[in-house]
Design a protein around this ligand. Structure first.
Ligand SMILES: CC(C)(COP(=O)(O)OP(=O)(O)OC[C@H]1O[C@@H](n2cnc3c(N)ncnc32)[C@H](O)[C@@H]1OP(=O)(O)O)[C@@H](O)C(=O)NCCC(=O)NCCS
Length: 172
């Protein structure tokens, strides 16, 4: 297996249409349905990077500001931002489009973390990720402090060990 892969090699675009079964009583897309689509598109990106089975380890805060209406076309783009040992962070961007009205809005951005696992469900080593574009480099650099924040919140890292995170608050 190659030990390095480009960020762009993991890119995935998924398109869905909001149908009556996907909506709440206000005829807007259910939050849980959107999170399901986000989980699927991000898992595919993580699989493409790792060439492995992956499991969702965490989803960073997702806020719902813009409702997505029945009949809208939802486009979900996902790409791995950084790979660690067995885990990788995936960035997801969601846009909703009312095609007849010619309106398109970016509705959500989120980061999910996936872990590559082997046939015994044990975390397995993944290739290093190489960012190329300015946006990929910015996401790659930010991934380390976001990882530390989520591991501290999950009680998997001591706050005093979150060196990268502390540096943005000038706590040293
Ligand atoms: C995620 C999981 C594989 C981690 O297994 P583990 O035995 O705790 O393994 P480790 O402690 O060695 O952690 C493995 C990696 O997961 C990462 N990780 C674990 N919990 C995490 C969390 N809450 N958020 C982000 N990353 C996490 C670790 O940082 C580590 O990353 P690294 O290898 O890149 O350094 C395990 O907790 C699991 O199987 N969870 C259930 C997954 C699942 O069913 N998902 C569907 C959701 S319902």
């Amino acid at each position: 297996m190659s030990t390095k892969k480009f960020a762009r090699e993991s890119a995935v675009i998924m398109t869905e249409m909001v149908l009556p079964n996907d909506t709440n009583t206000l005829n807007n897309l259910m939050g849980g349905k959107l999170m399901h689509w986000m989980d699927v598109v991000a898992a595919i990106a993580a699989q493409k990077h790792s060439n492995s089975i992956v499991v969702t380890a965490s989803a960073d805060n997702i806020s719902f500001q813009e409702p997505i209406a029945l009949g809208n076309v939802v486009t979900l783009k996902a790409q791995v931002t950084r790979a660690f040992n067995s885990s990788m962070e995936v960035f997801i961007e969601v846009t909703a489009e009312d095609i007849p009205a010619n309106k398109k809005v970016m509705t959500h951005r989120a980061f999910f973390t996936f872990v590559a696992v082997n046939e015994n469900n044990k975390p397995s080593r993944i290739p290093e990720l190489v960012p190329e574009t300015p946006e990929e480099i910015e996401n790659f650099q930010g991934a380390l402090r976001r990882r530390q924040l989520r591991l501290v919140l999950a009680k998997r890292m001591k706050p005093e060990d979150a060196v990268e995170l502390k540096s943005i608050f000038n706590l040293d």
